[in-house]
Design a protein around this ligand. Structure first.
Ligand SMILES: Nc1nc2c(c(=O)[nH]1)N[C@@H](CN(C=O)c1ccc(C(=O)N[C@@H](CCC(=O)O)C(=O)O)cc1)CN2
Ligand SMILES: NCC(=O)N[C@@H]1O[C@H](COP(=O)([O-])[O-])[C@@H](O)[C@H]1O
Length: 218
């Protein structure tokens, strides 16, 4: 199959990149056939996921918010202006890539994307999906695993979960593509729960990406 016939992904990361690794591995297997990751972007320089991408010969970019914040006063308006410029610049970076991606996967991407990113990307017909370690309508935002663990200990919550969802302006509120429940176990440590959830994530991010690619082809 020629390169131009492949499904093209761009992956956004901020950290270890274990979910990126799951996608890299899946592209080399029947799990994500005819699919390749053409670029990995991190908002954190020290993200180990950048090393994972380089080891897999995938081009990377480091796109950091600080230089944009330095150009504006440290006020609410200044921060908003910096985020607008940062997000617009991120969209520009992706839209210049050749070939363009059909899907952008947020895989531990710890930056809230504004319409200054989402609108130009949607206008180009590119889907944005996100991995979130919670079920629809629960524990939106950062720190979801710990918040679910606390709810298990203090409120008797019996289960949490993982979802892959479409990214909209409202954080973690986009339509769920695929979800999987994860039981909460009495007396389990946060680390043990995190490890079980990460295992679920590594499978679900591949399944959610595959489903999204299949939807685009229909
Ligand atoms: N517009 C959207 N942007 C993002 C979504 C989304 O659904 N809509 N999902 C997130 C990922 N995410 C949870 O899944 C998430 C990541 C980060 C944060 C957050 O509070 N970030 C802070 C900065 C935190 C940091 O830098 O350590 C922020 O952006 O101010 C909330 C939710 C990806 N983006
Ligand atoms: N709100 C999004 C969120 O909290 N994502 C979390 O970031 C981690 C990234 O791990 P990784 O860098 O090893 O893929 C994931 O495990 C996921 O729980």
């Amino acid at each position: 199959m020629s390169q131009s016939q492949h499904n093209v992904l761009v992956v956004l990361i901020s950290g270890n990149g274990s979910n990126l690794q799951a996608l890299i591995d899946a592209c080399s297997s029947s799990a994500l056939p005819d699919t390749r990751i053409t670029h990995v972007i991190s908002n954190r320089k020290a993200a180990y996921g950048l090393e994972r991408a380089t080891k897999a010969s995938i081009p990377t970019s480091y796109h950091n918010l600080v230089p944009y914040k330095r150009k504006h006063p440290h006020t609410e308006e200044g921060t908003a202006a910096a985020r607008t410029e940062y997000d617009a610049s991120l969209a520009e970076l992706i839209l210049k890539l050749e070939p363009r991606p059909s899907v952008i996967v947020c895989a531990g991407w710890m930056h809230i994307l504004t319409p200054d990113f989402l609108n130009p990307i949607a206008a180009a017909g590119i889907k944005v999906i996100n991995l979130h370690p919670a079920l629809p309508g629960e524990f939106a935002g950062a720190g979801a695993i710990e918040r679910a663990w606390e709810a298990g200990r203090k409120e008797g919550l019996k289960r949490t979960g993982v979802m892959i969802h479409e990214v909209i302006a409202e954080v973690d509120a986009g339509e769920a593509i695929v979800t999987k429940e994860v039981e909460l176990r009495e007396g389990e440590s946060l680390d043990e729960l995190e490890n079980r959830i990460h295992e679920v994530e590594h499978g679900l991010i591949v399944e959610g990406t595959r489903i999204t690619l299949e939807k685009i082809k229909k």
